[in-house]
Design a protein around this ligand. Structure first.
Ligand code: FCB
Length: 450
């Protein structure tokens, strides 16, 4: 058994997102979001589920903060619902929405928990979608105005900020493929959306700097670990395209001030329209990169593989299975590989792991308790992979479990349960699982035995 200690000041947390936990979708002046609209349509979501009630966090926030305190979280990553603040996306402010997040931040601080705010985790105001959504350049300006208001309201008390959660998911799954809200499947709109998300990001970082707020600001990306299926030139090139689509398209402009040239040529007429000066705006220094890591893919060239001509297969490590209900591959070492790639490609930026976690087979006893050893094994293995990356020289500042609660898992509805706290969706009672108590020890010791 070896003992793994994490660096001094390493930040341990857990994450959620507004649409996945808040509920109260049309209460206290909140506007409709694209996820409200999407989930209210038939056949979009498993079992017809939606986030109308979700974990009812909007009404149970004080007790939820007390639970976080009991677990000993040092940091809580949550997102703000833009349509709760600006029901129409811009213009008139909904004060009750602002008050809710003000109370949340104050209660977190009183509980000794550092707030880590994501300004947008996918729930764009539907009113802005009516104007074209992210493919419309104006949306980037509305986002910056919304962020400016949030900074003014909360900027004195928040240590960590991110502009967006997983912009690739918004642009690619929301606008390119249409399997997520707002359900548009048009590659050109997808890449245009990505450019505007980046523009919104850059402009927001700029106003954050200009306001001299005390916290740090970054962006959170979904980063799968991808490897070529064979060493053939075609497979290697296909894998590179996936990396460029998934992260190069975002990180190159942010860190290097340019889109990957060969990739832009590959997508040809679907490449976004860029105005002079845009890349300078996007190329703002950020304080950290947020990495969400879940899975590893093998990528092969395929003639039938859409615009990118790829075939992607999830690959679990030989001693791991796939996660139940949602079928994610498990490959802890993929995290070390991925972090090594970022270290080399982007000059070793400070990193927080902003999401990592899994579903497991779980059945509560009659007390509602769950012995989720599978989740503990998963997190332990990923912490070990993370520790290895730190020893190799990566600058890792913190780890965040996805998720604090079982919650609404997008198109999979409530079936997959990612929480370290169980939510009984009938009674809305919360039950910390064994993993929550195990995690409490990890936090206390700033490490674990392996
Ligand atoms: C990430 C999302 C998060 C959750 C996890 C399982 O891509 O950011 O909201 O759905 O996956």
């Amino acid at each position: 058994m070896t003992s793994m200690k994490f660096p001094k000041d390493f930040l341990w947390g857990a994450a959620t997102a507004s649409y996945q936990i808040e509920g109260a979708w049309n209460e206290d002046g909140k506007g409709e979001s694209i996820w409200d609209r999407f989930t209210h349509q038939p056949f979009k979501i498993l079992n017809g589920d939606n986030g109308d009630i979700a974990c009812d966090h909007y009404h149970r926030m004080p007790e939820d903060v007390q639970l976080m305190k009991k677990i000993g979280l040092q940091s809580y990553r949550f997102s703000i619902s833009w349509p709760r603040i600006f029901p129409a996306g811009y213009g008139e402010v909904n004060q009750k929405g602002v008050d809710f997040y003000n109370r949340l931040v104050d209660q977190l601080l009183a509980a000794g928990i550092s707030p880590n705010i994501t300004l947008n985790h996918w729930d764009l105001p539907q009113a802005l979608q009516e104007k074209g959504g992210w493919p419309n350049r104006d949306t980037a300006n509305y986002f910056t105005d919304y962020s400016a208001l949030i900074f003014k309201q909360l900027g004195d008390r928040v240590d960590l900020w991110s502009t967006f959660n997983e912009p690739w998911v918004i642009s690619s799954l929301g606008y390119g493929d249409g399997i997520f809200a707002p359900g548009i499947s048009d590659k050109s709109q997808g890449y245009q959306a990505a450019h505007h998300l980046l523009l919104a990001h850059g402009n927001t970082v700029k106003i954050f700097r200009d306001g001299n707020y005390k916290g740090k600001i970054g962006i959170v990306l979904s980063m799968t670990n991808n490897r070529p299926a064979t060493q053939s030139e075609a497979d290697i090139a296909a894998c590179k395209r996936v990396n460029q689509d998934n992260y190069g398209f975002f990180l190159d402009p942010i860190y290097k001030g340019a889109y990957p040239k060969d990739f832009m040529e590959w997508i040809g007429p679907h490449a976004p329209k860029i105005k002079p000066g845009d890349l300078e705006k996007i190329n703002q220094p950020i304080d950290y990169l947020g990495v969400n890591y879940y899975m590893t893919f093998e990528v092969a060239f395929s003639n039938l593989g859409g615009l990118l001509k790829i075939d992607m297969q999830q690959k679990s490590a030989s001693n791991w299975d796939f996660t139940p209900e949602i079928g994610f591959s498990i490959n802890p070492d993929g995290l070390t590989t991925l972090l090594g790639y970022i270290r080399k490609e982007y000059n070793n930026p400070p990193i927080y792991i902003t999401e990592n976690g899994c579903t497991v087979e779980e059945k509560p006893n009659e007390e509602g308790f769950i012995m989720d050893w599978g989740r503990i094994d998963y997190i332990r293995a990923h912490l070990r992979a993370l520790h290895t990356a730190i020893q190799e020289g990566s600058d890792i500042r913190g780890y965040t479990v996805w998720s604090l609660f079982d919650n609404f898992e997008w198109t999979f509805g409530y079936k997959p349960r990612f929480g370290i706290i169980r939510v009984d969706y009938q009674t809305l009672e919360r039950y910390p699982k064994q993993s929550a108590f195990w995690y409490q020890e990890v936090i206390k010791n700033n490490g674990l035995d392996y």
